[in-house]
Design a protein around this ligand. Structure first.
Ligand SMILES: Nc1nc2c(ncn2[C@@H]2O[C@H](COP(=O)(O)OP(=O)(O)OP(=O)(O)O)[C@@H](O)[C@H]2O)c(=O)[nH]1
Length: 308
């Protein structure tokens, strides 16, 4: 005879009644195949949050194991795509038909991309933090994709101040001479006395969240990261030889950025990213001049869309 076990969720009522907006599990560790862009499925180590609402005020609780096992099934039997994500959310609700009518699931993982160096043709891996969230509500299913992209930002103010010091050093060195010999100047520019000051720059982070179109059939992880790096021009590099480092210095010098500049650039470019029905973005410049960061947040600006 099978052992009869107490089933608190079914047999007991809540001691204090009330509905709940979200209840479920967080930090679930799941190895998962992710099928993004048009690429082959790729394994990631995800941390997952799976939740439903609780609309029965008297019910003791939801059935955590049902959500967990649906997630396990996704991990073992298929890949994460927009289609399987919608199915998972529908199954969450169907497994809780008397208790819940809304569900949400969030996958957080690092997505590795092999990036080419700027000049030398070498390649190296970069790990990009990614978050994919699906929500089933009374208005339908929404899917969001968030990526975090590290880049370098050189301060335009510091660059102008450094240029002024270089001009001053030039005047001090050559100002008294009627005629300046170009070879002498060329040599002098190659010394630390010639380039007497350098602007400060910092590792910076762009967090971009997009809402996919309702009929999206693809998770555009790589496309979004490429779009962001194209906009900023100074992504953090993987494999670097000296020629790559020199090109990086040139790109930094030609793309001086306050956090406002970076946020405006991204906003402009994301308005041209077709897969994004809406977007939210935040940039953080982890200042080397200050002990605090410079940050900016903005959204596409749709009525009833994301808010900053
Ligand atoms: N609802 C709820 N369950 C919890 C919590 N913490 C641990 N659990 C446990 O999660 C386990 C799974 O719950 P259920 O899904 O209801 O398990 P079950 O009754 O064997 O599954 P079904 O027969 O499908 O209902 C139970 O053993 C609960 O005690 C919590 O905070 N809330």
């Amino acid at each position: 005879m099978p052992k009869v076990m107490p089933d608190i969720a079914h047999q007991t009522n809540a001691s204090l009644e009330g509905t709940l907006d979200w209840v479920g599990m967080s930090q679930i560790e799941v190895p998962l195949m992710v099928q993004a862009d048009e690429g082959a499925p790729r394994q990631v180590a995800a941390k997952v949050e799976a939740m439903v609402n609780l609309v029965q005020p008297k019910a003791k609780g939801i059935h955590m194991s049902r959500l967990y096992l649906l997630l396990e099934q996704l991990s073992n039997e298929s890949s994460l795509t927009t289609e399987t994500l919608r199915l998972l959310l529908t199954d969450f609700i169907e497994s809780h038909d008397d208790l819940s009518d809304q569900g949400r699931v969030r996958f957080a993982f690092d997505y590795h991309l092999q990036r080419a160096s700027l000049i030398s043709g070498k390649k190296g891996w970069k790990a990009y933090p990614v978050m994919i969230e699906g929500r089933l509500t009374t208005t339908g299913i929404d899917i969001e994709l968030q990526v975090t992209v590290p880049y370098s930002s050189t301060c335009p103010c510091s660059a102008a101040l450094a240029r002024q010091l270089i001009q001053q050093a030039f005047s001090d060195r050559f100002g008294a001479e009627d005629k300046v010999d170009s070879e002498t100047v060329h040599q002098w520019l190659g010394t630390t006395q010639g380039i007497v000051a350098t602007p400060h720059s910092q590792r910076s982070l762009a967090q971009v969240k997009i809402k996919l179109a309702a009929d999206a059939n693809e998770l555009p992880i790589c496309a979004l990261i490429d779009h962001i790096e194209d906009a900023l021009k100074t992504p953090v590099q993987a494999a670097v030889k000296r020629e790559d480092e020199q090109e990086f210095a040139r790109l930094n010098g030609q793309n001086l950025m306050f956090c406002e500049d970076a946020a405006r650039r991204l906003k402009h470019h994301l308005n041209q990213f077709d897969a994004a029905a809406d977007f939210w973005l935040r940039v953080d410049h982890l200042e080397s001049l200050h002990a605090h960061d410079a940050s900016a947040v903005t959204v596409k600006g749709l009525a009833n869309g994301y808010t900053a």
